[in-house]
Ligand binder design. Structure first.
Ligand SMILES: [Zn+2]
Length: 311
């Protein structure tokens, strides 16, 4: 499969098979398909002979074994990690233990704001607590091996520590969970921050990468168009949420019901947190007011709603 434009995720290679996508990019799907991970996590192999591995995936020894079998003696130069959600980084530890190659990746997990106790529990449950990089990569740094050069681009928003990697030789970008074709990215406080996410989308708009390789689903062949669409989508959602506040909705659950309609229980939690991310951004920018304990339990009010003067 050498023409990314004709890439069909429905017909992509099954988990455990290493598929050649472009001269420098190969991909192995992990067997962790779900409502949140789509077909599963994409582990990318960049280069030939001396390779860089991006996102070795979940804690799944079979996936790592299959990857090492398929590499058949090629030397791993770098083990790279976009962020520490459990479907991305735990495999890095397995791969590092199996090969002795240290992990070079994103920073340790850290919430984007102070977390309530319940939020802290959730935060810990979604992040890889065993993540231990030998080197934390910084924005603008270059990672080089054999026939390829990757530039680190920090893209906080989905998580505070999220990185993407630009492949210079093919003018493409490994976009992690920051930009994906199959679904919009989940921005879930206190992990995610909408303002950072928007700034990271704008950052990619200023670049000219012609193709994105997301951590879930097939490639994005017109990234600039998708970035514009994602920004429009967030603006539309913000307007819808502001309209619901004007209509008297005060809490996340009610707004989710009225904005998203009937979504399945699997997506309910993600939708609530996504609405909360918008509400927190609106509070931060001084456009709405809030009261209550913080997080999903808070109440929110439009600023313009003032009691009319009594005559
Ligand atoms: Zn993620």
């Amino acid at each position: 499969m050498n023409d990314p434009a004709s890439f069909d995720p429905e017909r992509s290679a099954p988990p455990g098979e290493l598929a050649q996508l472009t001269p420098l990019v190969r991909r192995m799907l992990a067997g962790n398909a779900s409502a949140m991970t789509y077909k599963g996590t994409n582990t990318y192999v960049v280069g030939h002979g001396e390779v860089s591995i991006i996102d070795p995936g979940p804690e799944d020894p079979r996936h790592i074994e299959a990857l090492l079998d398929a590499l058949n003696g090629e030397r791993i130069a770098h083990i790279l990690v976009t962020h520490t959600h459990r479907d991305h980084s735990p495999g890095a530890r397995l791969l590092s233990e199996a090969t002795g190659i240290p992990i070079h990746g994103c920073a340790l997990p850290e919430p984007a704001r102070m977390a309530t106790p319940a939020e802290w529990t959730r935060f810990q449950s979604v992040h890889d607590q065993g993540y231990a990089p030998a080197l934390i990569l910084k924005d603008g740094e270059c990672v080089q091996a054999g026939d390829h050069t990757l530039t680190v681009i920090a893209t906080p928003g989905h998580t505070q520590n999220h990185l993407t990697f630009a492949l210079q030789e093919e003018s493409s970008l490994f976009s992690g969970d920051h930009v994906m074709g199959w679904s919009t990215t989940v921005i879930a406080p206190p992990d995610g921050n909408l303002k950072s996410y928007i700034a990271s989308l704008e950052k990619l708009r200023r670049r000219s990468d012609r193709l994105y390789w997301p951590a879930h689903g097939g490639p994005v062949t017109d990234p600039q168009r998708l970035l514009r669409g994602l920004l429009q989508h967030r603006n539309a959602r913000e307007s819808a949420i502001l309209n619901r506040l004007e209509a008297g909705d005060e809490d996340c659950a009610t707004i989710v019901r009225n904005v998203y309609g009937n979504i399945g229980p699997a997506l309910q939690g993600a939708a609530s947190l996504s609405v909360l991310a918008h509400l927190e951004e609106l509070v931060e920018s001084g456009r709405i007011d809030t009261s209550g304990p913080g997080g999903l339990e808070s109440r929110f009010f439009p600023k313009l709603l003032r009691k009319p003067p009594e005559n």
